[in-house]
Design a protein around this ligand. Structure first.
Ligand SMILES: [Cu+2]
Length: 101
């Protein structure tokens, strides 16, 4: 009689839980930064940022792509921001950004 080995079921369940936990963790890496420059035609923003743990990056000033060009209308040079960044198609991209209060 065919039966699915129990340890395989447990392993898959465990893997699913770990994946879900990892995704939740990765989605919560808010980074503090300050907008240095906005290049709207290029869809890019220069940000002086703090450490970005999920990208294993130290604090620096650098150019990011933005996931949505509309994000560049929400901020201007000199604004303090909180953002999340990730690698999208090989380019380091700001996936969400809010002005700090
Ligand atoms: Cu950087």
């Amino acid at each position: 009689m065919f039966r699915i080995p129990m340890f395989r079921i447990i392993l898959s369940a465990l893997a699913a839980v770990l994946l879900a936990a990892g995704a939740a963790f990765a989605a919560n890496h808010k980074v503090n930064g300050e907008v240095v420059k906005i290049d709207k035609p290029a869809g890019k923003i220069t940000v002086k940022h703090g450490p970005i743990k999920n990208l294993d990056m130290d604090a620096m000033t650098m150019v990011f792509r933005v996931a949505d060009p509309a994000m560049l209308d929400q901020v201007k040079a000199g604004d303090k921001v909180r953002f999340e960044a990730d690698r999208v198609n090989g380019a380091i991209t700001i996936t969400s950004m809010d002005k700090s209060k």
